[in-house]
Design a protein around this ligand. Structure first.
Ligand SMILES: [Zn+2]
Length: 233
């Protein structure tokens, strides 16, 4: 089967991340490209980033509402179909059995062929939510395809679900490069929507993002690329 035909089949994509803005900092040019190809993209955010503000006068609930709105605006720029928030508290996310169970159920119900998430094995990654989100997503992908894990979810019509491909962003061991020359500007435009996070450093940030993507592309015959560790299941 040729590569384009193969890609044709992988229509549903779920991006699982810890915070609003993680996808825009990690993989959004790829998301814009895939959405334009006709893939159906869903964002699943485990927290709403309610600690993403250093002003002690602003309450976490206010920040969460603002960041959810910013994330929805960014998603619209990219062509993402739906954004789901699970509303776990920001900064203290854990890969618990409960979270894994919940994610497995979502995977079994929504049946994404592709999952994009954070590489939890990146060394010295300080933010616990990033590690926990990637780990929980991968553990749930494993659980979702097994009959004997969370079998109570399989009573009735629901079946195990096998995700076909996983793409890990922020990886130290990338082995797949997506050519995003056409959509790098979309990623910058989506980043711009996260006003509470990028604020007045957007121009510097945009330059940094472009530099990073050029760097990732340079050995692969592309102008701009996003790098991933790809796991085929
Ligand atoms: Zn984050």
């Amino acid at each position: 089967m040729s590569e384009p035909e193969q890609q044709e089949e992988l229509r549903r994509v779920m991006v699982i991340a810890a915070h609003p803005d993680d996808p825009e900092f990690g993989c959004a040019a790829t998301i814009a490209k895939w959405a334009a190809m006709g893939r159906e993209i869903t964002y699943l955010l485990l927290t709403s980033g309610d600690k993403g503000c250093h002003d002690p006068e602003v309450r976490p609930g206010q920040i969460a509402a603002r960041r959810e709105e910013e994330q929805r605006a960014a998603a619209e720029v990219l062509g993402v179909k739906e954004v789901i928030y699970l509303n776990y508290p920001d900064g203290i996310l854990e890969n618990t059995l409960d979270l894994r169970r919940r994610l497995a159920l979502i995977l079994r119900e929504r049946q994404p062929e592709i999952v994009v998430t954070i590489d939890p094995w990146r060394h010295y990654q300080l933010h616990p939510d990033h590690r926990a989100a990637g780990q929980a997503a991968l553990d749930a992908i494993f659980a979702a395809r097994e009959w004997y894990i969370f079998p109570e979810q399989l009573l009735g019509e629901r079946q195990p679900w096998r995700v076909k491909e996983v793409y890990l962003f922020w990886s130290e061991a990338p082995d797949y490069w997506e050519d995003v020359t056409e959509t790098v500007d979309r990623r910058i435009a989506a980043l711009r929507c996260h006003v509470s996070q990028v604020g007045d450093r957007l121009e510097r940030l945009a330059e940094r993002v472009r530099d990073g993507l050029r760097q990732a592309a340079k050995d692969h015959g592309m102008e701009y690329a996003e790098a991933f560790k790809r796991i085929k299941l």
